[in-house]
Design a protein around this ligand. Structure first.
Ligand code: SF4
Ligand code: FES
Length: 382
């Protein structure tokens, strides 16, 4: 068995309910229903177990975590346990009273997602009319309440032309940090990959924009930048390595090493309703399977980066090759690398198909009309 140091952070997916329908949502294609969600007492017990095992941070996520009426109680419970609390939200259900209540309960940080820099694009991508204007208002209220604010900008071929404006929006809203993350292709993002994947030229231009802004805005705004693996030479250290730093607790209580782990067939996920969190972290099948380096095939096994990127992303290896135990195809040293390069080139060169919006039951998700290439700034070759 691989020895497991305690995790740093717990992602609490309180619910899969959400008013938005982003086509790159990191939730699974089969969303969990409200009737199956852990109740307040169960979550409080889980946070207690997390604190006991050495977890330092709790990130409240979803779906949309503010759907839960008990969020203030959960935040307060974490505070009493000495856990740092971060709320990852779309913001559209928040108002001044709720923000004050969350701040009063001890919430320390808010990560607010934006779909674009402007209303038409933001509302179309999120599938929610009025969402963008609401987010702008909520960002102001969060700062007025004295909470630290990060803006999450998920970028892709249909909004990259607005990247400079997104950065200006973050400055204008007095955010401390902006996370500019290219879509990662699992779950809904994988389903919509052809509608989202940028060209190599778009990616290079975006990277230059971020680097220039990072220099220009030193001391004003902190940048996190996540590039799409499909154009990488080496993979990212996904989750900081499988079962090393993070655990995800799903709305129903199943515990996952990463948000997409259930896309990998054959893994068994234990629930906090059946076993203590520490036991799950240390001994469960799902956490053991790809922890450390013992599972690695060549070329990872003899590579000097094996304890830097931990072989990349297991979910991506499965999504591209059908085998989660292969080297991440994002790595140039992988014999599957050419597949990912060809996929990226072929799909980003074509006009984007219509979005398949997230919804209950993959088949029930609604689509929008496909865009013509002319209608998408930056689409196709550039
Ligand atoms: Fe990382 Fe494996 Fe590639 Fe080495 S061979 S860089 S460990 S993915
Ligand atoms: Fe699951 Fe990368 S998203 S390991």
């Amino acid at each position: 068995m691989n020895a497991a140091a305690p995790p740093l952070a717990l992602l609490a997916e309180l619910t899969h309910r959400c008013p938005l329908r982003c086509p790159y949502c990191s939730n699974p294609l089969e969303l969990e229903r409200a009737s199956g969600e852990l109740d307040t007492d169960a979550w409080v017990r889980v946070f207690g177990e997390a604190a006991d095992m050495g977890v330092l941070q709790v990130h409240f996520s979803g779906g949309e975590p503010t759907v839960r009426k008990d969020l203030e109680r959960l935040v307060a419970a974490c505070g009493a346990l000495g856990l740092y609390t971060n709320l990852i939200t779309s913001g559209v259900l928040l108002d001044e009273g709720r923000i004050a209540a969350l701040a009063g309960a001890g919430l320390e940080h808010v990560q607010l997602s934006f779909q674009d820099s402007e209303e038409a694009g933001g509302d179309r991508i999120g599938g929610y009319k009025g969402g963008h204007a609401k987010k702008v208002e909520v960002a102001r209220l969060v700062r007025k309440a004295g909470l630290a604010l990060t803006l999450n900008m998920v970028v892709h071929r249909q909004n990259l032309h607005n990247l400079p404006a997104m950065i200006e929006l973050a400055v204008g809203l007095d955010a401390h940090r902006v996370e500019i993350a290219h879509v990662q292709y699992y779950g809904w993002g994988l389903k919509n990959r052809a509608a989202l994947i940028p060209t190599r030229a778009q990616l290079d231009e975006a990277t230059a924009v971020v680097e220039a802004a990072r220099q220009r805005l030193k001391g004003v705004l902190v940048f996190d930048y996540v590039v799409p693996d499909y154009y990488a030479r080496r993979p990212k250290s996904c989750m900081g390595g499988w079962g090393r730093n993070f655990l995800n607790v799903m709305p129903s209580g199943r515990v996952l090493p990463c948000h997409a782990a259930e896309t990998i067939p054959g893994l068994r996920f234990d629930s906090v309703s059946d076993r203590p969190l520490q036991q799950i972290w240390e001994t469960s099948d799902a956490f053991q399977r790809f922890r450390g380096t013992g599972w690695m095939p060549e070329p990872c096994r003899s590579c000097d980066r094996r304890e830097i990127d931990w072989g990349g992303c297991r979910c991506q290896a499965f999504a591209i090759t059908g085998d989660a135990a292969r080297t991440d195809p994002a790595c140039e040293l992988s014999s599957d690398h050419q597949r990912i390069v060809e996929l990226a080139q072929t799909e980003s060169d074509r006009a984007p198909p219509a979005f398949v919006y997230r919804g209950l039951g993959a088949g029930a998700a609604r689509t929008e009309p496909a865009l013509s290439e002319d209608a998408v700034p930056g689409a196709g070759r550039s």
